[in-house]
Design a protein around this ligand. Structure first.
Ligand code: ADP
Ligand code: MG
Length: 226
């Protein structure tokens, strides 16, 4: 599904100062994989996830998604990739607090031109899939961290994404909610969803069949990877 070869990312800070966030990253992901990438703050996790999502472009190396050369493709194709194949849960969730869970999940569909009625029924189905059907009419501001995280996952999956990318999904959760979220990820993965999560939490890494570590932008296979 994914092949990264020699991917690097250098941020140019101006005045000749550069920050190298990723160094020569090789990563192969097969459909159905469930992968964690663990590393300390500042190690390059979010940068890597943003590149995988097509939100950011590597400064070197090659990124293929299903044989599509992502770095060299048009913005329109990248948008399509993000809208239809890849679901991303960002570190701060990015939900609209005054809107209901259902409205938040339906938003990408409505922006994509799906009729309201169909958008609502599809969103309700995904909320059920992530285990919070009964909260669909609640405003996001009224939900707990764990419940919000499920809304964010539902929104990422509502367009039938085949790859879920999650940035520190348990970062704001207590250990019980974190473990419940990993149960959900396991269930979604058993249903065929490919998942890559980056985290600084070793408890997350213990729960995934494949795990990598990342330190100073360099990735190492820890378990199950190549
Ligand atoms: N937009 C940016 N501009 C400049 N430097 C950045 C930017 N984003 C991240 N960095 C730097 O790149 C490195 C990796 O950051 P990041 O990928 O956010 O790490 P992590 O998610 O593991 O905490 C850090 O040194 C960070 O300061
Ligand atoms: Mg980060």
């Amino acid at each position: 599904m994914i092949s990264l070869k020699g991917v690097s990312k250098i941020y140019n800070m101006g005045k000749g100062t550069e920050v190298q966030a990723l160094r020569d990253v090789d990563l192969q992901v097969r459909e159905g994989d469930f992968i964690s990438i663990t590393g300390p703050s500042g190690s390059g996790k979010s940068t890597l996830l943003h590149i995988l999502a097509g939100l950011d472009t590597p400064t070197g190396g090659e990124y293929l998604f299903e044989d599509l050369d992502v770095a060299r493709t048009s913005d329109r194709v990248k948008c399509h990739l993000r809208n239809r194949k890849i679901g991303i849960v960002l570190q701060d969730f990015g939900l609209l607090g005054d809107d209901t869970a259902l409205e938040n999940v339906a938003l990408p569909l409505i922006i994509g031109g799906v009729r309201r009625r169909e958008a609502k029924s599809r969103s309700a189905r995904v909320l059920e899939e992530v285990g919070i059907a009964e909260l669909s009419g609640k405003r996001v501001n009224e939900l707990s961290g764990g419940q919000r995280q499920r809304v964010a996952v539902a929104r990422a999956l509502v367009q039938d994404a085949k790859l879920l990318l999650a940035d520190e999904p348990t970062g704001a959760l207590d250990s019980g909610s974190a473990s419940a979220l990993m149960d959900l990820f396991e269930r979604l993965n058993a249903g065929g969803l490919t998942i890559i999560t980056v985290t600084h939490n070793p408890a997350v890494a213990e729960r995934t069949p494949v795990s990598y570590s990342i330190v100073d932008g360099v990735i190492h296979s820890e378990r199950g990877g190549e």
